[in-house]
Design a protein around this ligand. Structure first.
Ligand SMILES: Cc1ncc(COP(=O)(O)O)c(C=O)c1O
Length: 220
């Protein structure tokens, strides 16, 4: 077996059982056998997200789930508050702009975390903000942000709380339901220690209601 130690972040090493399973014969990815595996895996993802919501697995890296969340929850021309304290906070802002959403950046100095008070101030200043994006563990700086405390703030406003837990889920404490997270995304290759190329996402009922009102939904 390959002994390369990946530092992403971690170190993370895929379990030999996972690597051996990948050596099995390819099955029909629209067939019953795969359906059973997919259902079980999504149920395990909901457990890992600590949510009663359904979860979904996307065939794309973590960025694909970031894009799926933003583009399916906020309409073109609407406002989003992107908390930016590093590379991945910036990515949420870039994705928002690419989808024609009006990005309002809440910039914090790289290497520091946003405070709930700053988020409250930004939401008080603009009642048209439809969603807030936040990165839990900003991998580019190593700073873990207070998602639970920010969730307590966002729940008091008519805005969805979208959280990136790509480099924290499975390694740090994330409780989607308790933290009032409406949409949460993660990737396979970090704390979950699986190979890269898959992302997971979960939406609560408020997120699904918003999704139904978005005019140009994507397939993913
Ligand atoms: C916090 C965070 N968000 C998003 C991403 C993007 O994930 P991916 O590289 O799987 O697209 C990363 C990747 O390092 C990340 O650390």
């Amino acid at each position: 077996m390959n002994e390369i130690l990946l530092m992403l972040p971690g170190p993370t090493t895929a379990d030999p059982r996972v690597l051996q399973a990948m050596g099995k014969a390819v099955v029909n990815h629209r067939g019953d056998e795969f359906g059973e595996i997919y259902t079980e895996t999504t149920q395990l993802m909901s457990k890992t997200f600590q949510t009663q919501n359904d979860s979904y697995i996307l065939t794309g890296s973590g960025t694909s789930a970031m894009e799926a969340a933003v583009s399916n929850l906020v309409n073109r021309g609407d406002k989003i508050l992107n908390i930016v304290g590093g590379k991945f906070g910036e990515r949420f802002a870039d994705i928002s702009k690419m989808h024609g959403i009006e990005s309002k950046a809440l910039n914090v100095e790289w290497g520091t975390a946003v405070t709930p008070e700053l988020v409250e101030e930004a939401l008080e200043a603009d009642e048209d903000i439809k969603a807030v994006t936040m990165v839990h563990n900003e991998t580019s700086t190593g700073v873990a942000a207070p998602i639970q405390e920010v969730g307590e703030v966002v729940k008091n406003y008519d805005a969805l709380f979208i959280v990136d837990t790509v480099s924290s889920l499975g390694g740090d404490y994330v409780d989607v339901d308790k933290f009032h997270i409406d949409a949460c995304v993660t990737g396979s290759q970090k704390c979950l220690a699986a190979p890269p190329g898959l992302a997971a996402i979960t939406f609560n009922d408020d997120a699904w209601a918003a999704c139904e009102k978005v005019e140009d939904n994507n397939y993913y």
